[in-house]
Design a protein around this ligand. Structure first.
Ligand code: ATP
Length: 255
């Protein structure tokens, strides 16, 4: 399901953060949102998940305007892994992951066998079976991040929005997460993720969107976006682009 943004303006105070932004994110692909701190990546994801109401413009999910969907419809179509989580006290990891099923529960709000199966599948996918019965509040930052990721997966939506999902994770779990996103994509899902590591984005994502000061500067394949000129313009870095020896995609080496 493609996600498109048309003439979007949004912000928190009188000063707009996103200004007249238009963008289409391809269905069934992994898109990385890239750009300097404060350029508006999270703000864009918040608008795309209806956490922040646009001042102008609209967000379309396939043929549907996001603003017209009920909360339940929204929760069945997209799941957001935010950058920061509030950690509820007194719940286990399995209970947290179970919250992901909320948009799918019946009138009585009780999970059935299919819901429990989805929860277990998400726990297995993120490989946190050993943590499932632990209290969430006793986990490390990276373990918590993986628990919240499992909750997002348990929601089983065609669109996944992830805000810096690799934060808190060691390098092994970062790669595991990026491979997990690929598996989700291979199951037909559309994945949009904020990343800061340009080379991870190039290697593991299909489509890159480069943002600066609330605007989209470039979007396209890693080959189209990872150029010394664009990286200099957006990040003020001098970089050479080489072929990644593992996958042949563009790899930036900062000079
Ligand atoms: N709740 C808020 N209230 C006021 N201003 C905010 C709020 N959240 C973000 N901003 C401002 O909006 C701008 C864009 O922030 P946003 O979080 O979208 O950036 P980002 O590109 O995701 O940055 P980062 O890479 O640091 O996560 C920043 O200047 C930030 O200070």
């Amino acid at each position: 399901m493609p996600l498109s943004v048309d003439g979007l303006s949004a912000g928190y105070t009188s000063a707009p953060i996103l200004q007249n932004l238009s963008l289409t994110l391809p269905a069934g692909k992994i898109t990385a949102l890239l750009g300097p701190n404060g350029c508006g990546k999270s703000t864009l994801l918040r608008c795309c998940s209806r956490l922040l109401k646009p001042r102008q413009g609209r967000v379309m999910l396939g043929d549907d305007d996001l603003s017209g969907l009920s909360a339940r419809q929204l929760g069945q179509r997209l799941a957001l892994l935010p950058q920061q989580h509030s950690v509820p006290e007194g719940i286990s990891v399995r209970e947290l992951v179970g919250y992901g099923r909320s948009p799918w529960l019946n009138l009585f709000g009780r999970p059935g066998p299919a819901d429990r199966q989805r929860v277990q599948a998400a726990i297995d996918e993120v490989q946190i079976g050993n943590l499932a019965e632990k209290q969430l509040s006793t986990l490390s930052g990276g373990q918590r991040q993986r628990a919240f990721l499992a909750m997002t997966l348990a929601q089983n939506t065609p669109l996944l929005l992830l805000d810096e999902p690799t934060t808190w994770l060691d390098i092994n779990h970062q790669v595991e997460l990026l491979l997990l996103l690929r598996r989700q994509q291979q199951q037909g899902k559309t994945v949009v993720t904020v990343l800061h590591d340009l080379n991870q984005a190039s290697r593991y994502c299909d489509h890159l969107v480069l943002m600066m000061a609330g605007q989209v500067v470039a979007s396209g394949t890693p080959e189209q976006v990872m150029t010394p000129e664009l990286l200099h313009r957006v990040f003020s870095i001098n970089a050479e682009i080489h072929a990644d020896p593992v996958c042949g995609r563009p790899m930036c080496v900062v000079l």
